[in-house]
Structure formats: structure tokens, C-alpha cells
Design a protein around this ligand. Structure first.
Ligand code: NAD
Length: 363
């Protein structure tokens, strides 16, 4: 099979959908891998590294799309890419159709089969292609929080770790899922005093078991959230209610109870955010201030650490890409419940109930 990897065209997107190790596995299995020239540059991977593992470097994205039967990407196809999609082709990438009616219409019209990373479901019922990006965003949230607590970045001038004789910062993490647990672990590792809140007591029991002494679990309710806010220099929003908008657990009036120039990092912004005052921001301008509280609400945090994110993502996508190439998409989907759950649109026909319901389409 001919597998194609175009360079990502979305602004601030530095990831690439395949690393040389993936090319090696595919070419060893007898497939042809087309990599657009420069596709790996944002992640520090050169054309030569791809060539060394058997890839064919192709000059333009149009050439990749024209020749490949299976396209592997990171972000949903951008408007400039829509004209390249063609009937009979399978595209394996993040799509997030429900957020974009025009994209959905373009994919239906094109006749491609769209297999979405975000709906691949494993036997445990988890979404394995979302997990690594939550791990990246969770760990990164503390790194960003530490930076924006610095005075030149408008923060309150606090070092997370403290120093001998000066206490460390207090960090509250709302939501103890993948993002939250990763944030708490990094904050604790830096020596901060950490509170982590969730409504799922089993999850809090697990966190209590595995985290160091400086992490305290707290049941998430309004009074406990306010109590944590009052003490916190840094607050991480990491709540998810699957399929729904994030609840506004922190209201505007609550900000006045926080120390001035404290920082909030709302990782859940891609689901609307869990602070009432959160608005999506970009890596070009990540923060803004409301009522003397610094807000960081970047919707694609992993994009900033493209190299780590690329390797984390491709570790989990490659086994599925291999199945699609080795068996052909039709048989691979028939034999894998996980891949079947990923099919959102098959040859122009919507097959994912949530996407169909969002746009009132037949499924
Ligand atoms: P997850 O499902 O692993 O964890 C969510 C947690 O929130 C669960 O433990 C759940 O019990 C908890 N929760 C639900 N209601 C709560 C409440 N009222 N109070 C406290 N906790 C509550 O999800 P995740 O993978 O950790 O993702 C969290 C969010 O981060 C999602 O919205 C995800 O899309 C987002 N995310 C954003 C970026 C970014 O770049 N901004 C990157 C990755 C993930």
C-alpha cells in the first residue's frame, strides 16, 4: 500500500504523523511511504532521517495526496487540503467533526473514509489516541504555570519550589484524570504543596495511593474548590465530562478570593473551559488578565512541544496505521473493534452517531 504523510499546515502545529521508526516498520512490511519534504522539521526530524529508513521524499502536499491510498496526519484536513481528498482514499488523523460543519460537509463530498484518532476505543473503553496528548498537556501545565508566575510574565513572582526558609507555592488541580494526575505529579516533583480535586472517589483513592506526601486529595464540591482557590498560587483546570461542555466550576466572583496575580491554566479549554472567565488563546498570545488573575487557555498545548508530542502520539498511532496498511482499511476495520469505532465517515457516508446527530444527518 502507498502511505502518505503530508506536512501539517495548521498554524503553530509542529507535530508530524510519522517518525523514522514508523517508516522503517511500514517499508519492512513492503509498503511505500511518501513523506512530504520538510514534514518533520517542526519536530527536529530531517528528510535524510526519513530517507535512511526507506521513505520516498515528495516535494508537495498535492503529490502526497494524489499518490497515497492511506493518508496519515495529525490535525484535521485544513481548507487548503480539502481539494486533495479523493474517493477511495482513507485518511487517519484527528478530525473533531462535531466542532466543524464545513469540514464534515467537505469530507462527505470527497468520498474519503475518515478514521478519527479521537474516537478509536480500546477494549477497556478508553480512548488511547487521546491519552498521550493529555499526558503532555498535564505535565506542561505546571511548566507553563511556573513561567507565568514569574513577575516579568505578570505573575505574582513566586517560585514553585520555594527555597530553604521560604515555603513552596500551593498548586490546586481540579480534575484527577490523565491531565490532572500528570500535573499533580510534576508539581509535587518540584516541591509544591499540591491539592487535587475530583468527584470520583475511586480515582482519588488511587491518586492518594500513588502520589507523594505533598499531594493531598480533596473531594470536589463548591466549598472545597473555593477553599483551595483561596490558598493557591497556581490552579490547573483539568475536568472532563465526556461528550459535554466542561462545567464552570470557578465563577468570575471567585477570582477575587484568590491571591492577586495568581495563575490559572485551563487545560479543559478545548471543551469550553472550567473557569467562567476562560477564553481560548494561542501560543502566539497565551495569556490575558481578568480581575488581577493571569489566565492561560491555549487550546493546543502539545503543539508547543512538537518533538515530545510527535513521539508520544506516533507511539500509539503506528500500530493502527500498520493494521490499516497491512490488511487494507476495509479488512482492518472489520477485524478491529477499536478501528471500527474510529470510522466517522465511510466513503462519504456518516457512520458515527454523535457526528450525525450534531448535524442532523443520516447515519
Ligand atoms: P479524564 O477523563 O482523564 O479526566 C477528567 C476528570 O475530571 C475525571 O477524573 C472526572 O472524574 C473529573 N471530573 C468531572 N467532573 C468533575 C468535577 N465537577 N470536579 C472535579 N473533577 C471532575 O480527561 P483528561 O484526559 O484528563 O482531559 C481533561 C481535559 O483536558 C479534557 O477537556 C481534554 O480535552 C483537555 N485537553 C486539553 C489539551 C489542550 O491542549 N488544551 C490537551 C489535552 C487534553
Amino acid at each position: 500500500m502507498i502511505v502518505g504523510v503530508p506536512k501539517e499546515v495548521k498554524q503553530d502545529e509542529y507535530r508530524v504523523a510519522m517518525v523514522p521508526a514508523g517508516v522503517e516498520e511500514l517499508t519492512r512490511a513492503g509498503h511505500t511511504v511518501l513523506i512530504q519534504s520538510g514534514a518533520g522539521s517542526g519536530s527536529g526530524i530531517s528528510d535524510e532521517q526519513y530517507i535512511a529508513t526507506g521513505a520516498e521524499i515528495v516535494a508537495s502536499d498535492a503529490d502526497v495526496w494524489k499518490r497515497a491510498e492511506l493518508i496519515v496526519k495529525v490535525k484535521e484536513p485544513m481548507r487548503a487540503e480539502w481539494e486533495h481528498m479523493r474517493s477511495g482514499q482513507t485518511v487517519f488523523t484527528y478530525f473533531h467533526f462535531a466542532a466543524d460543519k464545513h469540514l464534515t460537509e467537505a469530507v462527505i463530498k470527497s468520498g474519503i473514509t475518515a478514521i478519527a484518532y479521537e474516537t478509536i476505543k480500546d477494549t477497556k473503553g478508553t480512548l488511547p489516541l487521546l491519552t498521550p496528548m493529555s499526558e503532555v498537556a498535564g505535565r506542561m501545565s505546571i511548566q507553563e504555570g511556573a513561567k507565568y508566575l514569574e513577575r516579568p510574565f505578570d505573575g505574582r513572582g513566586i517560585l514553585l519550589a520555594g527555597v530553604p526558609g521560604v515555603p513552596p507555592a500551593t498548586v490546586s488541580v481540579i480534575g484527577a484524570g490523565i491531565v490532572g494526575a500528570n500535573a499533580a505529579r510534576v508539581a509535587a516533583g518540584l516541591g509544591a504543596n499540591v491539592f487535587i480535586l475530583d468527584v470520583n472517589l475511586d480515582r482519588l483513592r488511587y491518586i492518594d495511593d500513588v502520589m507523594p506526601q505533598n499531594v493531598t486529595t480533596v473531594f470536589s464540591n463548591r466549598l472545597n474548590i473555593i477553599d483551595c482557590l483561596q490558598q493557591s498560587d497556581l490552579v490547573i483546570g483539568a475536568v472532563l465530562i465526556p461528550g459535554a461542555k466542561a462545567p464552570h466550576l470557578v465563577r468570575r466572583e471567585d477570582l477575587k478570593k484568590m491571591p492577586p496575580r495568581a495563575v490559572v491554566i485551563d487545560v479543559a479549554i478545548d471543551q469550553g473551559g472550567c473557569f467562567e472567565t476562560s477564553l481560548p488563546t494561542t501560543h502566539a498570545k497565551p495569556t490575558y488578565i481578568v480581575d488581577d488573575i493571569v489566565h492561560y487557555c491555549v487550546t493546543n498545548m502539545p503543539g508547543a512541544v512538537g518533538r515530545t508530542s510527535t513521539y508520544a502520539l506516533t507511539n500509539v498511532t503506528l500500530p493502527y496505521a500498520l493494521q490499516l496498511a497491512n490488511k487494507g482499511p476495509e479488512r482492518a476495520v472489520k477485524e478491529s473493534a477499536a478501528l471500527l469505532a474510529g470510522v466517522n465517515i465511510k466513503a462519504g457516508q456518516v457512520t458515527n452517531a454523535a457526528v450525525a446527530e450534531t448535524f442532523g444527518l443520516e447515519c
